[in-house]
Design a protein around this ligand. Sequence first.
Ligand code: SF4
Length: 507
Amino acid sequence: MVRLVLVLGDQLTPDIAALKAADKARDVVVMAEVMGEGASVPHHPQKIALILAAMRKFAAGLEAEGWRVAYSRLDDPGNAQTIPGELLRRAAEFGASEVLATKPGEWRLLRDLEALPVPVRVLEDDRFLCSEAEFAAWAEGRKQLRMEWFYREMRRKTGLLMEGGQPVGGQWNFDHDNRKPAKSDLLRPRPRDFAPDAVVEEVLALVAARFAHFGRLRPFRWATDRAGALAALREFVEERLPRFGEEQDAMLEGEGFLSHAVISPYLNIGLLGPMEVCLAVEAAWKAGRVPIQAAEGFIRQVIGWREYVRGIWALKGPAYLEGNALGHSRALPGVYWGAETGMACMRAAVGQTRDLAYAHHIQRLMVTGNFALLAGADPGQVHEWYLSVYVDAFEWVEAPNTLGMSQFADGGLLGSKPYVSSGAYIDRMSDHCGACRYRVKEKVGDRACPFNLLYWHFLDRHRDRFRANPRMAQMYRVWDAMAEGHRNAVLAGAEAVLARLEAGEVV
Ligand code: SF4
């Protein structure tokens, strides 16, 4: 009997579990472009175009290798426009007895597959370096799941940057040499733009006609096949990796990429694998072309943080998506969808997101994430925004980053304290404040930086939860030492900002 082999848009890896388990001689690969996925949340048009173009090229590659592929284009008549609908249609067409699938990275889709009226075998996605069982065993009995300890296990397991069972250079983490403010007078090689070919152009026209979501579709700069993704990796290692560590937390007006790798979209849809990118970076360090702090910082992001958040996602299940430990319920302010704002840092981060479908981790964590948390935005809406607007965002990686790391919605499972800061951090790490309507040094009054006002408001309104937290006690001492009149003025200023946000006025 024929089996259907489901390959999703973020599973574009030739040896993915479902393909490994399939039989080329008798099984049919099913790939489907469907509105049910493209519009499950308002995904950025560039993200939809990247996935559809990469799917089309991947399908052509499978056919060239002898696979029988049933491929549904978005505008095919008869397309059921959902993954389950397409599987049922293909099952009837081919008389299939079973569906082979690799576990999707979104709980909604897994539930849909499990509810199908045909037998479905869901195989673990073994592209990750740490299996779900391994992560669960590591997490077992631990009160707090600290990434740093997990990362050390992964270094031992992979052997990356290890020598005789010890970390090279005698330490696990070199971040004290990283994270410097960016220098605006430096010339940096920008990641190369991949000019759209005929396949991409056809997809861009389709996406323009079908999706009116937030975000600019053009210019479209992404690679859409493995050769392009490998070229992007090579170029990063040769040109930007040497400065990656020291610039990884910096922000500069008009510099969307700085020295970041910008390969996360390729990793997350399967065009690159985690081990090969780490080996490329390790090799550059071994050859003396990049400093240890750059290589170690990058490898930690991949075998540490990336594997860790995926482990959390798998371990905690769909309930994790409902977390709202701080009881925040404010609607996500319009500025996130491009409404006018006087805050230069927010304008830069959201504008770049609209244009590039990309922002680096500090823009996501310390600007847009920080502001959403300080403003008390509903974490479910914040989660949906991040899942929508970033080209590399898939639930398994986005949800723990947003709900856990950024919004503290999981009550502290990922982070021992919430990632909140006043404007001072943004001022130190960026050049935004000089061009802002607000004054970062002002603590009260109409020109006071909204981050300054909301920071203290956040601490004040969550005093019961955080005052005993040893990592926050000092800030409560600072707050309590301020004159009562000053504290009241700060709180009144913050309330005024929140009222303007709720009224949809420009902040
Ligand atoms: Fe952002 Fe405040 Fe600086 Fe303006 S002053 S750019 S709002 S941190």
